[in-house]
Design a protein around this ligand. Sequence first.
Ligand SMILES: [Zn+2]
Length: 243
Amino acid sequence: MNTAFRVARPASYYSDTNGVFATPYEMPKVTCDQCGRTWLDTGDWYPNFGLDKDADLDMFSLEENVSVEAFQELKRHVVGRGVGRAALLPGCGLGPVTATVPANPTDFVWCCFSLLAKPRVVDILKRAGVRISFGPAVVQIGKRQSVEDFVALQVEPVRLYSDQTLAETTTSFCTKCGNVLLKNVRAEPKGPLQYVRNRIPNRQGLVRVYESVVVTLASAAFIEAVRRHRLTGIEFEEAGVYV
Ligand SMILES: [Zn+2]
């Protein structure tokens, strides 16, 4: 079974789970003197990460715009377990997530492209042998504020397109800042998008496709656990194939 599935929000959920959310800090925008772009990628958050005591907190904001060199320097002030392996792209959120979720929330709640989940979801996934990273979320449910009802899932972006898919979609990466560059935005792949499976860490439940901010792939074990336990608020759509 080589079909790749992405997570999707159920069509009926658009109106009531498009939650208001924030993290205390974000990595700033970056302006690169090699590719000439100013960019950010707001698809990721790292609820477990924080800043060291020497960090200039004002710089950790989407309002700020820095050079690649200054960006690398700011990254040194981000602390937390696994920070050395994290992509920490421009615009990613840092620190506990605060969000407003609807009354009677589903097991998964969408915040733009990121996900909150009930703690039982994490327990179910762990029991199924699925690796999933998560951190704290402070949620407002109706009039009640809670730190126990939800966690924020931390999903790492990974470059997954095969050489063939990169060529067919005219996608490349800036060698200085890592920005995704498209030579022809209308270029269509000849067949399904191809993702290189062995770049996904073993047993990882969710991985964000670096080349597309809107696509998070779910592993077969993740999908199986969600279906078996009838977890709500999430669906799966075909998104290409693994190679
Ligand atoms: Zn660049």
